[in-house]
Design a protein around this ligand. Structure first.
Ligand SMILES: Cc1cc2nc3c(=O)[nH]c(=O)nc-3n(C[C@H](O)[C@H](O)[C@H](O)COP(=O)(O)OP(=O)(O)OC[C@H]3O[C@@H](n4cnc5c(N)ncnc54)[C@H](O)[C@@H]3O)c2cc1C
Length: 377
């Protein structure tokens, strides 16, 4: 570790490592400081969907940011492979949102008309692709470009690529405090300190402390999610499938990940039997065949939600040089490339699309006041 860095990034999840990747690639010397092992919190728990259209009903600025981030993955996956030989598992097979009744079908058809790039598949066409689906569904919205990646591999590749570009990393180290004297930040660790010209808080569901420590109200809402995976002996489908209250993501190694529960304000790391039972009930009601397949693993993670449901990406309203990159809730894997690039652009004073700056600015939270986003349980 050096004594001074251009940028200290607090948190080594996918967001912190994406920021480090883009900064170090641009010759801005950044270090990631991570309390545990890199990528071991929300990032490791994620299914890795790049769900641009499952999250949106209309093409607004947030949708454009999601789409931009998904598109960045095309080149990024190649760059990361060239630099690190890690395959991040970018799926080319798209996602399908399955309509299980006529009301849902109507909603999905409205969504199809709101976007230009989506296809509607009639039930017969869907069955051609996924014979294991039950008879009572009425078609699917096919989001051909919205695939998925392997979150742990992506985080690891970003981490290694940032190091190759000259970045630094300190794991198993808790950042305790950040102070600023004149233009220099001092970042206090357990047994040492380091100085930086700029600091980025990318601490996921633990970001609350950095808002409070810098005089802001806490906008972070932790939302626990539980998942399980099975590894069948046979192949069921290759598209990620999205239903109203669960999803199944097929991975290249033969795993099928089913997720996820949603438990707002739960920061615990336990995977509860009841949560898994509810999830399994939903999955097996649609795919009874999967009941007879071998269970592989179960786990949980805490998503970093925010008071208004949007990520918080930008400079502190009054503490110049202190940035936030958090609150990505259930889209942090999707949004890591665009977030990394945006923080790099802000720090290096490049142009940043104004609507994105306004939408994600930490300042908006002070303007809006108390929480208004409903996290369903
Ligand atoms: C079950 C589940 C399924 C999901 N599925 C998807 C999906 O399909 N697609 C998608 O896009 N997103 C998904 N997500 C959301 C996604 O995982 C998160 O949005 C994303 O991982 C957030 O990344 P992060 O780097 O902000 O947080 P994290 O990965 O949690 O990283 C933050 C890091 O900061 C560290 N830290 C905190 N405080 C300190 C400190 N004081 N000092 C040092 N280090 C500190 C933590 O140890 C942690 O490693 C899912 C999440 C869950 C839980």
């Amino acid at each position: 570790m050096k004594e001074h860095y251009d940028v200290v990034i607090i948190g080594g999840g996918i967001i912190g490592h994406a920021i480090s990747y883009y900064l170090n690639e641009s010759s801005v010397r950044a270090i990631v400081i991570e309390k545990h092992a890199s990528g071991s919190k929300a990032t490791k728990a994620a299914a890795g969907m790049l769900g641009v259209h499952t999250e949106h009903r209309a093409s607004d600025a947030y949708h454009q940011f999601c789409q931009h981030s998904r598109d960045l993955y095309q080149d990024l996956s190649k760059e990361l492979h060239e630099l690190t030989a890690i395959n991040i598992g970018l799926s080319p097979f798209g996602m399908m949102e399955i309509a299980m009744d006529e009301t849902h079908k109507k909603e999905l058809l409205e969504k199809k008309h709101a976007f230009t790039s989506l296809e509607w598949l009639e039930a017969k066409q869907v069955r051609g692709k996924i014979p294991a689906l039950p008879p009572e569904f009425s078609g699917a919205l096919f989001m051909t470009k919205d695939g998925h990646v392997e979150p742990a591999a992506t985080c690891e590749a970003l981490k290694r690529a940032a190091l190759l570009y000259g970045g630094d990393l300190l794991e198993n180290t808790n950042v305790l405090e950040v102070t600023k004297t004149e233009d220099i930040f001092t970042v206090q660790l357990e047994n040492a300190s380091v100085t930086a010209s700029q600091v980025v808080a990318a601490s996921g569901a633990d970001s609350e402390r950095w808002f409070k420590a810098t005089g802001m109200d806490n906008p972070i809402v932790p939302v626990k999610g539980e998942c399980f995976s099975i590894k069948p002996g046979k192949h069921y489908f290759k598209e990620a499938l999205f239903f109203k209250d669960f999803y199944i993501v097929p991975k290249p190694d033969g795993r099928y990940i089913a997720g996820a529960t949603s438990k707002p304000n739960d920061l615990s790391s336990d995977t509860m039997a009841g949560g898994l039972a509810d999830l399994m009930h939903r999955v097996f009601a649609v795919f009874p065949d999967l009941k007879e397949e071998p269970m592989q693993e179960f786990w949980s993670g805490v998503r970093p939600g925010s008071a208004d449901g949007l990520p918080i990406i930008g400079e502190h309203p009054t503490l110049t040089g202190f940035y936030f990159a958090t609150g990505h809730y259930r889209n942090g894997i999707l949004l890591a490339p665009a977030t990394g690039q945006m923080i790099k652009d802000l720090i290096t004073k490049q142009d940043v699309h104004q609507p994105f700056q306004e939408l994600f600015s930490p300042e908006r939270l002070d303007r809006k006041g108390a929480s208004n986003y409903e996290y369903s349980s």
